[in-house]
Design a binder for this molecule. Structure first.
Ligand code: ADP
Length: 186
């Protein structure tokens, strides 16, 4: 499904984010930035070693202790269709979703878009951050994700298209339902 926020298209779709041709795709990374399972593993596998090389440099320079949760950094997209990968770290929920987890997840989306804008990028794809191995409750995570994206787009009129690329029918339905709720609340 697709809606418009100001001049920006917001698209929810089912798919594999590693196939998206937006200027950047966002990686649900972990704080080591050294790769992992899920969407992180898929991005590194398809994008090739250039991504990991840049991640290593970022660890050596900007973030020797690892990327803090809710922050974002950018690397090449390597062999991906997307020119860049924005790596962000969502909260580890283990099923719990209080104010802390909500704020950190909100920041992960918001700071990724901020970084895209700073880099002059107009189109960005997101996966559903923290709803896999990090086990945030999907409904709450979806609402937080969409709130962060929509609030950013309302504030800054720069990005042309945001795609949320959902890996399964289930999480797609959750995001679709949440989008209706978020729009009604704003
Ligand atoms: P996290 O550790 O942040 O929970 P995961 O990668 O385990 O990240 O899962 C986050 C979401 O990404 C899950 O909904 C998972 O199904 C989804 N996912 C896994 N692979 C892909 C992919 N190639 N494209 C889009 N989404 C994916």
């Amino acid at each position: 499904m697709e809606i418009t926020i100001g001049k920006t298209k917001l698209i929810l779709k089912i798919g594999d984010i590693t196939e998206e041709n937006t200027d950047a795709i966002v990686n649900a990374a972990n704080s080591t930035l050294m790769g992992g399972g899920g969407v992180d593993g898929a991005i590194h596998r398809k994008g090739g070693s250039a991504i990991l090389e840049e991640c290593k440099k970022i660890r050596q320079t900007l973030y020797p202790e690892g990327l803090p949760t809710g922050e974002a950094v950018i690397t090449t997209g390597g062999k991906l269709k997307a020119r860049y990968v924005i790596h962000t770290v969502g909260p580890i929920c283990h099923g719990k979703f209080d104010e802390t987890e909500e704020k950190l997840l909100y920041n992960a989306y918001y700071n990724s878009l901020k970084l895209a804008k700073e880099k002059g990028l107009r189109t960005v794809s997101f996966p559903s951050i923290s709803t896999g191995a990090y086990r945030c409750p999907p409904e709450k995570a979806a609402k937080t994700a969409l709130k962060a994206i929509i609030e950013f787009l309302k504030k800054y009129d720069y990005i042309q298209e945001v795609r949320v690329v959902l890996f399964t029918e289930d999480i797609y339905k959750t995001f679709k339902e949440s989008l209706k709720e978020v729009i009604d609340e704003l």
